[in-house]
Design a protein. Structure first.
Length: 576
């Protein structure tokens, strides 16, 4: 019975890990390869220029622009006059044609860990590849012919550079009695404040509706699959709404909701672009997708209520635009200081958030003291072991007692080997006399599984873990160990396929798992014994493509378990 329970626990663990690998890790690996191939193909085709999207029902329609072929990013940027954006964390520019915020580079984040890697380009201009931008404006009442600025309007700027200390004011006169102004300010992180003003210099009142929208042309290469949301996102009426790209493109009806307060935008694995209207204002939020020239155009937009501007009066509307990295502490700060509901939920901590978030908080707290997330993972493992110490001690004592009873179990096997039912009855009677609970031996395996999943989620979704180094050859805890046994850890100039990419840390994990296994009582059945002997090899291959931080956690947990189990066996007088 004890072996059956242990085997059941191991089989369930393997099934979960295999399922995890098949549904999460394997698609991620394939996606990385497909993304590179698709990007090359897309650039090679040089299809027609990306048209600016129609804005949908919540924002006004605008003219679509086309050119003969997609321009390079630098060519698209040079096609219009621009106001520079210059801060410690952001650089880029605002196009004076349409007043679009369409050029943002994140100065704190590189594309890869390789020396000389370029910074992340978050927003891209219309006319170039993968256009992605934010814009604001006013739409007239139905049936009104009031001239309002559109995506082709050329604005005038009060300055040449937007900095955290120096906002810029854009202005345009419609020639019919209305002067439009747009004041754009930037804090020292990733939050823009956009204040729109309309001055009525005419003789009649005018009614307008303020709006803002985020547009993404083309479907980006997603990385998350089942474990992570990427696509349209927002909090409307206090509820988190998530619409994946494929669902938005396939939807016959767009998702629309009227709300007071909230935010909406488009999220990637690590980056977010989101609009946050005045939180005291009622507005209509809309998630939509539209096929234009064979290319899907995704849009998150809002339209606020009607504003009537009397002659000689001025109307004003303010909203915010977040465009940057999904740093948990920063999102929480914006949530609290700007009253943005559930803004931290832009980081997809998943259904196990009650485990995932505390694990992240602990890791981040340790990191702020130690300065290394790898060491933080080691210390977190120690804390988890201490938390479950009484339970684990009970389990290891039971396993030590079973190992101590091995000679008596062998005698029973020799006596009743042919009668399996009688053998199991005698073994259970032996456990009862010796007060041994065989089921408790499964606890170390069972306890580790939810922590394993939660830590995987933290490593996968949090920007803080991206490119976080450990020691030696580990430069990114969120990526697999880059070394491989099959090219002698880089001595042979050959890149093995992913199946053979067995790095040093997976090998260490496999060895520690084998050592820990030898401390457990051996199964009486030879077939079961062989199966158990194969487990370290199976797990080594399975976990080789998991994030290095996760493998380090597993290996270190094994080392601590070995030390704990050896100590208990020593106290009980049981030989390893």
């Amino acid at each position: 019975m004890d072996q059956k329970n242990m085997i059941l626990a191991i089989v369930l663990s393997i099934a979960i890990i295999l399922g995890f690998y098949y549904f999460f890790e394997l698609p991620r690996i394939r996606a990385q390869q497909e993304a590179l191939e698709a990007q090359r193909a897309q650039q090679a085709e040089q299809q027609r220029a990306t048209p600016a999207p129609a804005p949908g029902a919540a924002a006004p329609a605008g003219a679509e622009t086309q050119t003969a072929a997609l321009a390079t990013r630098s060519q698209a940027l040079a096609a219009s006059q621009r106001v520079r954006i210059d801060s410690a964390r952001l650089t880029g520019s605002i196009s004076l044609v349409g007043a679009r915020i369409d050029d943002l580079v994140l100065d704190d984040y590189k594309v890869t860990t390789k020396p000389g890697s370029p910074n992340i380009e978050l927003l891209n201009p219309v006319g170039g590849d993968e256009a992605y931008f934010a814009e604001f404006g006013w739409t007239p009442a139905v049936g009104a012919a009031t001239p309002v600025p559109d995506r082709d309007t050329v604005w005038h700027s009060s300055g040449q550079t937007l900095t955290p200390d120096q906002p810029v004011t854009l202005s345009w006169n419609n020639g019919a009695g209305l002067r439009f102004e747009r004041v754009i300010a930037l804090d020292r992180d990733y939050m823009f404040t956009v204040t729109q003003r309309v001055v009525n210099e005419g003789a009649a009142p005018v009614t307008l509706f303020p709006y803002g929208r985020i547009v993404r042309v083309g479907t980006p290469h997603t990385a998350g699959f089942y474990i992570l949301h990427e696509g349209l996102i927002g909090v409307l009426n206090g509820t988190l709404h998530e619409v994946k790209y494929k669902n938005a493109a396939a939807a016959e009806e767009h998702e629309r909701q009227e709300t007071t307060g909230g935010w909406l935008g488009i999220t990637d694995k690590y980056w977010l672009v989101a609009l946050a209207p005045d939180q005291q204002q009622t507005f209509t939020g809309l998630f939509s997708a539209k096929d234009i020239g064979g290319t899907p155009n995704y849009q998150a937009d809002y339209r606020a209520g009607a504003v009537t501007i009397a002659p000689g009066a001025t109307a004003e509307n303010s909203s915010r635009l977040f465009a940057g990295a999904k740093e948990v502490k920063l999102l929480e700060r914006y949530r609290d200081t700007l009253n943005l509901p559930l803004f931290e939920r832009a980081v997809d901590f998943g259904y196990l958030w009650f485990l995932t978030q505390p694990i992240f908080w602990v890791l981040d707290l340790i990191y702020r003291v130690i300065g290394n997330f790898g060491v933080a993972i080691l210390l977190l493992t120690v804390m988890v072991k201490l938390l479950f110490l009484p339970l684990a001690n009970k389990s290891y004592r039971a396993m030590s007692q079973m190992k101590k009873l091995a000679p008596q179990m062998q005698e029973l096997k020799e006596k009743h080997g042919e009668d399996r039912q009688k053998l199991n009855q005698e073994i259970m009677a032996l456990y009862k006399r010796e007060k041994v609970n065989p089921v408790s031996g499964c606890l170390p395996v069972v306890i580790q599984i939810p922590v394993f999943f939660a830590l995987y989620k933290v490593l996968f979704v949090t920007i803080e873990m991206r490119h976080a180094p450990f020691f030696g050859w580990i430069h990114d805890l969120s990526a697999p160990d880059p070394t491989s046994l099959f090219n002698l850890f880089g001595l042979i100039p050959w890149d093995p396929p992913s199946l053979l990419a067995i790095g040093a840390w997976p090998l260490i994990m496999g060895v520690t798992m084998f050592v820990q296994q030898k401390l457990n009582p051996a199964p009486p059945d030879p077939i079961q014994a062989k199966m158990f002997m194969a487990l370290p090899v199976v797990f080594t291959f399975m976990l080789a493509q998991f994030p290095a931080g996760l493998v380090i956690y597993w290996a270190w947990n094994n080392v601590l378990s070995i030390a704990q189990q050896r100590f208990i066996m020593w106290r009980m007088g049981v030989k390893p």
